[in-house]
Design a protein around this ligand. Structure first.
Ligand code: V47
Length: 371
């Protein structure tokens, strides 16, 4: 049996032939289709559909990046119930990295090729506008060879607040100081119910969209995320994905979608069980199928393990993030150290072992050609 017939048989057995027909014709999947993808027991069939789209869009390529995450402060006044990273203002565990601290951190990696510096943090009301410009300038000066992907939509709203300037002007300043693009964090789940229950102090859903629109209008690309595996419903997840798809139709400014598996360790929601590998693969597959206008779907190995990230490359993901090096927001299962790293060889090995073709990228998905 050839592969196409195999997929046909698989999806027929799962009762998804009509969805396969739509996908083959390049037709958009609906809200109801999204619900069915969550409800069907046959994950292999959902994965085969997602893999079809993945290969149509990106072939066998798996993009990966040599990156470094920097969390410049853990002080945050948003008190999100799903977060274990933050320290309330006044908490002795709170820290702020100065520009010099950041330069010293970068110096630790001076012998490593780094293409992308991913810089995000808590919402620390004490930080003045100049701080954000200074840390961008410091990073750009210390590592002119790397691009800076920094500040979620929530942070940008805060930066504009302290700048007392329109966001459009602030974005121009940030670009001048070195900002290349923005990450996708802080979106969580676009549901008023979940917003109210888990992150009520944070910018609301409409606010996230407004800031994204402004970012894209400024010519900056950004990512989008979904935090799943806590109190959200399947209906809320499908609405979240379709909402993002609509915004992408409007702005075309998103590069990549990143499903984020909730890690309950040390949060107020510690009673919630960990997501399973099965669930993680399903979220990636459904994102690939519903977000037909997103060029890339990312597997972030820190949250789903390197092994499940390898499988994800056959369930819709075409992007594997990354060498990471240092990450404080969550910890790979069973670990507590912030030193979380896959070196370049390990990343290449993971992709090759999974039967995909590794393609090194920068923060804007330009392909890096080996020197
Ligand atoms: O905004 C917080 C989430 C995000 C937890 O854009 C948690 O390329 C799981 O957005 N369990 C930050 N998730 C990470 C993020 C990200 C990561 C990698 C790549 C990209 C990208 C973006 O992590 C936060 C929040 O949504 N988060 N706490 C937790 N306990």
């Amino acid at each position: 049996m050839n592969r196409e017939v195999e997929v046909e048989v698989l999806v027929a057995r799962a009762g998804l032939t009509d969805l396969y027909g739509k996908i083959l014709k390049g037709e958009r999947l609906s809200y109801e289709d999204g619900l069915r993808l969550y409800q069907t027991l046959d994950l292999t069939a959902v994965g085969a559909l997602a893999n079809h789209v993945r290969e149509r869009m990106n072939g066998c390529a798996t993009y990966y990046v040599r990156n470094l995450h920097i969390n410049y402060t853990n002080i945050c006044n948003k008190l999100c119930k799903f977060c274990s990273f933050y320290a309330k203002p006044g908490d002795p565990r709170g820290y702020v990295l100065t520009a010099d601290n950041i330069i010293a951190r970068l110096d630790e990696y001076r012998h490593q090729a780094i293409r992308e510096i991913h810089m995000v943090a808590g919402i620390n009301p004490k930080l003045p506008y100049e701080y954000y410009l200074d840390i961008l300038t410091a990073v750009r000066t210390a590592r002119p060879d790397a691009q800076i992907k920094a500040f979620t939509m929530i942070e940008l709203a805060q930066i504009a607040r302290v700048a007392k300037k329109p966001l459009a002007d602030v974005l121009e300043d940030l670009k001048d100081a070195g900002l290349t693009c923005c990450p996708g964090g802080g979106a969580e789940v676009f549901s008023e119910r979940v917003h109210e229950e888990l992150f009520r102090a944070k910018l609301d859903n409409e606010g996230w969209f407004e800031v994204s629109r402004e970012v894209h209008r400024a010519g900056l690309k950004s990512n989008a995320t979904l935090l799943y595996g806590h109190i959200e419903t399947v209906e809320e997840k499908v609405k979240h994905l379709l909402h993002i798809r609509e915004l992408q139709d409007e702005t075309k400014g998103f590069q990549c979608f990143v499903p984020l598996a909730f890690d309950p360790a040390r949060t107020e929601l510690e009673h919630i069980p960990l997501t399973t590998g099965q669930q993680n693969l399903r979220e990636i597959a459904i994102a690939r199928l519903l977000l037909d206008n997103f060029p890339h779907i990312k597997a972030f190995w820190i949250m789903i393990t390197p092994q499940v990230a390898q499988l994800a490359l056959w369930y819709g993901a075409d992007d594997l993030d990354g060498t990471v090096n240092h990450y404080e927001i969550t910890h790979a299962l069973g670990t507590t150290s912030d030193h979380q790293v896959l070196n370049h060889q390990e990343l290449l090995h993971l992709v090759n072992e999974a039967g995909r073709v590794p393609v090194e990228r920068d923060a804007l998905y330009n392909v890096m050609v080996a020197a």
